[in-house]
Design a protein around this ligand. Structure first.
Ligand SMILES: Cc1ncc(COP(=O)(O)O)c(C=O)c1O
Length: 388
């Protein structure tokens, strides 16, 4: 990124890694066990307790979790899954990997989460699941989706890539759906570099996902090598290589232990943005519903043309001042694969399309200093006010 006149370059989402994470990784390296083993088991136990759910399966990514969730729910060829177009491509790609068809439905224009009413309209006789995303860390209407699922006999799979800390109407995200998928990618609120978690109340689905996550073998490597005697295994299905390593879980265990502290810092930065941008002609994230906890993953503004800027113009001007931004997301149905394969086009989901064309995510991470946050707010204010 270009240095600014002040010399400050604000990264978009630098990871917040402390001495405890580094020490735990070093201890893992010294332990003689690098891949799936005791630290993964400990991380799964700690995460299950945190999410208030009996089963948590640590995986290589949220994408892997989404794929396995669809598979264990036996969603496949001929089935449809209703989801949001305002998401990362992995949400929809995994529906295609499972052999099913994504059926997009529009977002709520205020929360930008999948609208339960729009989702209800998209349900057909082939629909087997609804897959809401907790966009930017804001909990979706989990009760609304449970009612919809109960009415039509659907499975609820939540994409909680942005929402580790989230609470929906008093219920911890991870415990509100049939299956919930988390991401621990480098920019996420809890990171393991790459990684994911699948939570469920179902012992049967947890066991099936565990087997499918490691080649379809009847025993994982830790179970096989933990005893001195060679253990036999049977391949019961052609599974995948989706397991998490102890090296990753070492980071995850320490990140989980300090997650509330990092959330408080995210909330502080969020408030600083809210206050500094309040008088500008930009649309800021809506207030949070009572009973919900927002995970404050992404601070997203809409750059309406009334501000005198296009989204891409403002992003370029901010980059010139050393402020990195990002876009979450280009609407999935408008990517060429989805347009062509499912005959989707502009105009089908107007709320999602508006957000996708105007949204800009500002830097947000507990690793940002107050000076960096002030640099971002001053740059946005200066650029927007001079166009008024
Ligand atoms: C909404 C959403 N779902 C799924 C994913 C995929 O996560 P992962 O990179 O852990 O596979 C992402 C990644 O950024 C995401 O933003």
């Amino acid at each position: 990124m270009a240095a600014t006149t002040t010399g400050m370059a604000v990264r978009f989402a630098p990871p917040s890694i402390g001495a405890a994470e580094i020490d735990e990784v070093v201890a893992t390296l010294r332990s003689g066990w690098l891949t799936t083993g005791p630290r993964v088991k400990a991380f799964e136990r700690a995460f299950a307790e945190y999410a208030g759910v009996p089963h948590a399966l640590a995986l290589s990514s949220c994408t892997a979790a989404l794929h396995l969730a669809l598979l264990v729910a036996q969603i496949g060829a001929g089935d449809e899954v209703v989801t949001t177009p305002l998401t990362f491509c992995a949400t929809a790609n995994t529906i295609v990997h499972a052999g099913a068809t994504p059926r997009f439905a529009d977002i709520d224009p205020v929360t930008w989460n999948l609208s339960p009413d729009a989702a209800a309209d998209a349900v057909t006789s082939r629909t087997r699941a609804v897959l809401p995303v907790h966009y930017a860390g804001r909990p979706a209407d989990t009760a609304g989706f449970r009612s919809l699922a109960a009415l039509h006999g659907l499975v609820v799979i939540e994409d909680a890539a942005h929402c580790v800390e989230g609470v929906s109407a008093g219920a911890k995200i991870g415990s509100t759906a049939d299956l919930t998928c988390f991401s621990f990618y480098a920019t996420k609120n809890l990171t393991t570099g790459e990684g994911g978690m699948l939570t469920t109340r179902s012992a049967e689905w947890d066991a099936a996902a565990r087997t499918a996550s490691l080649h379809g073998m009847s025993h994982d490597a830790w179970a096989r090598y933990a005893s001195a005697a060679p253990a036999q295994y049977d391949v019961v299905l052609p599974g995948f290589k989706y397991n998490m390593m102890d090296l990753q879980a070492a980071i995850g265990l320490q990140q989980l232990a300090t997650i509330q502290r990092r959330l408080r810092r995210r909330e502080q930065i969020w408030r600083a943005y809210d206050e500094a941008l309040a008088d500008l002609p930009l649309i800021r994230p809506a207030p949070i519903a009572s009973g919900d906890v927002h995970a404050r993953h992404l601070y997203t503004i809409l750059v309406d043309p009334a501000s005198g800027w296009t989204r891409d113009g403002l992003a370029a001007a901010l980059a010139d001042r050393g402020v990195s931004t990002s876009i979450h997301f280009r609407a999935v149905h408008l990517h060429s694969y989805y347009r062509e394969r499912f005959r989707l086009r502009t105009g089908m989901f107007p709320h999602a399309e508006r957000v996708a064309s105007q949204v800009l995510s500002l830097p947000l991470s507990p690793a940002l200093t107050d000076e960096e946050v002030a640099h971002v707010t001053l740059a946005v204010r200066d650029l927007v006010l001079r166009r008024r």
